[in-house]
Design a protein around this ligand. Structure first.
Ligand code: MLC
Ligand code: AMP
Length: 508
């Protein structure tokens, strides 16, 4: 009788009167309170028709209740599928259908738009808002405050996280209880988390970083989180004195460095700053140390694998590197063509193996086979090397991917949406340096013969189809795209041409 993930992260705190979450209004929630809500939610999930192994898709604002839905899914053995709150109904349609969701939870404001979609795919639809009200909350209100935890094994699925693909179709990465728990255990130890820690949590909770790294580690530690709805520089600076640790994407740290209040005094009490999800510029690492005296600890992970490598807690945290393979995780560098290991220090394709590596893509055996080798190594799509001291460095990406403020954008998906626009013959979408987001999206459009392209109306139309963060921050119209002798679009040429569009002063 066991449910390893529930027992380790949640169940053992059932009686704990210690703080789990500190909210922006100053209120606090204990672990015990949180788990009572969790139990009521687990009953409501079962009453709504979910059986163990079924998928529950969630697109709701960050709140303690949103976390309780996650906990309730784990307790009821239901697969948790969190979705970016920026996704449009058109994007959600695909996830709900592909995952075969039994129940969809959404914000009440999205109910009308999602109703026909959920109905069309045979899923129940209920609402839950940031304040913890909605039809799901009502259904849970009078449910018992204890729930008999459903038995699960380490290889049972706990969550699906969708990750976009180079073909433009998202793939559901299947994560087991063992994947999540093993990684949280390793990180707890490696980064020295304890019940004394207070984590400043300003990340979204629909991705690996905010949910499985930050939240799972804090749950395992039995510590508390200052739980902010989003990253806002003023709020983070105001709350930092009450935290011991913080995790963020590089944009968090560059925004803090842009503020003079962020200095040595403000951060003197902090134990640890962790960065990941996108490259932290070596320059940012150095500026951060000069300003605060802290060396950011950079780590490397991904949706399919949770965390793979980390700079050391005690040793040298090297700028421009992502540190060493975590205990139990193997990293090798291979020739992208042959798959054989390259000589030490040479650049190649990064592959990882370990208990953290996912179970495959939901109902996509051929995509799983293409990326997950039979011997258990996962081909990350990142290019890197391992230096003489064993530090892993990421030097590029083998996959056509843009990472903007920690969000992944697959150019193919945006190109497909652009190609459908009136007057557009073809398009190419590229990522170029951006001072705030690290990288940002430029759409390069070629008009059909004698056609005019109206970039404003294209922008409006994309707003209905694609989440805001995927929409090009700049659209340019050109006569033709640069191609090599094979006819392939030379994106590197385009990236060079538009390299400074976001760093140059905007023309008025
Ligand atoms: C918001 N916008 C973005 C954006 N976030 N555009 C591009 N890239 C982004 N990342 C858009 C909004 O739609 C809006 O557009 C404008 O920018 C401002 O929106 P906002 O609501 O004010 O958001 P903002 O504060 O700017 O958000 C930026 C951010 C946020 C960096 C705080 O994006 C964020 O929290 N990112 C973290 C992502 C993350 O957790 N990644 C982990 C993935 S897991 P407009 O035009 O209306 O102004 C993973 C594995 C691993 O990768 O290793 O961890
Ligand atoms: P996702 O699919 O959202 O999980 O994004 C995973 C990708 O983010 C990885 O494959 C890397 O390309 C990138 N990534 C994560 N952490 C880092 C890091 N510290 N440095 C550089 N890239 C990173």
């Amino acid at each position: 009788m066991a449910n390893p993930l529930y027992d380790s992260l949640f169940g053992r705190h059932a009686q704990a009167q210690t703080t789990f979450l500190e909210l922006p209004d100053g209120s606090k929630l204990t672990h015990a309170d949180f788990l009572r809500t969790t139990a009521r939610y687990a009953h409501a999930i079962v009453t709504a028709g979910c059986a163990p192994g079924d998928r529950l898709a969630v697109q709701i604002e960050k709140s303690p209740e949103a976390l309780a839905v996650y906990a309730a899914c784990v307790q009821a053995g239901v697969v948790f599928l969190p979705l970016n709150t920026a996704y449009t109904p058109a994007e959600l349609d695909y996830f709900i259908e592909n995952a075969g969701a039994t129940l969809v939870l959404c914000d009440p404001r999205k109910y009308e738009a999602l109703k026909p979609i959920a109905e069309g795919h045979g899923a129940a639809l209920m609402t839950l808002d940031r304040a913890g009200t909605g039809s799901f909350a009502e259904a849970a209100e009078h449910q018992p405050e204890t729930f008999e935890t459903v038995d699960r094994a380490a290889d049972d699925l706990a969550a699906f996280l969708y990750t976009s693909g180079t073909t433009g179709r998202s793939k559901g990465a299947m994560l087991s209880q063992g994947n999540l728990l093993s990684n949280a255990e390793v990180l707890l130890d490696y980064w020295r988390f304890s019940s004394d820690d207070v984590l400043l949590h300003a990340l979204p909770i629909f991705h690996t970083h905010g949910l499985f790294v930050a939240t799972n580690v804090m749950l395992l530690a039995g510590g508390s989180m200052i739980f902010l709805p989003k990253f806002d520089t003023d709020t983070v600076i105001a709350r930092l004195p009450y935290a011991t640790t913080m995790m963020g994407v590089p944009t968090f740290y560059t925004r803090l460095l842009d503020d003079d209040r962020f200095d040595r005094d403000l951060t003197a009490h902090m134990r640890l700053f962790v960065s990941g999800s996108a490259p932290l510029l070596a320059d940012t690492h150095r500026q951060f140390e000069a300003r605060t005296g802290h060396r950011i600890l950079e780590r490397y992970g991904m949706t399919e694998t949770n965390m793979n490598t980390s700079n050391p807690y005690d040793g040298d945290r090297r700028a421009g590197t992502v540190g060493f393979p975590l205990p139990g995780v193997e990293v090798k560098v291979t020739d992208p063509e042959t798959g054989t290991e390259v000589a030490q220090g040479e650049v190649g394709s990064l592959e990882v193996r370990g208990p953290n590596v996912f179970q495959g893509y939901w109902q996509m055996p051929e995509k799983t086979a293409a990326e997950l080798r039979e011997d258990g190594f996962f081909i990350t799509g990142d290019l890197g090397l391992i230096d003489a001291q064993g530090y892993v460095q990421i030097v590029g990406r083998g996959k056509d991917l843009i990472i903007s403020g920690g969000y992944n954008i697959y150019p193919k998906e945006v190109e497909l949406a652009l190609d459908e626009q009136p007057g557009v013959l073809e398009s190419a979408v590229i990522g170029v340096p951006h001072p705030d987001f690290g990288e940002s999206v430029v759409g390069v459009l070629v008009p059909e013969p004698h056609a005019e392209i109206n970039t404003e109306s294209i922008g409006r139309d994309l707003g209905e189809k694609l989440a805001r963060f995927k929409q090009p921050k700049k659209l340019v119209v050109v006569d033709s795209l640069p191609r090599n002798t094979m006819g392939k679009v030379q994106k590197n040429v385009l990236r060079d041409t538009y390299a400074t569009v976001f760093s140059e002063p905007v023309e008025s």
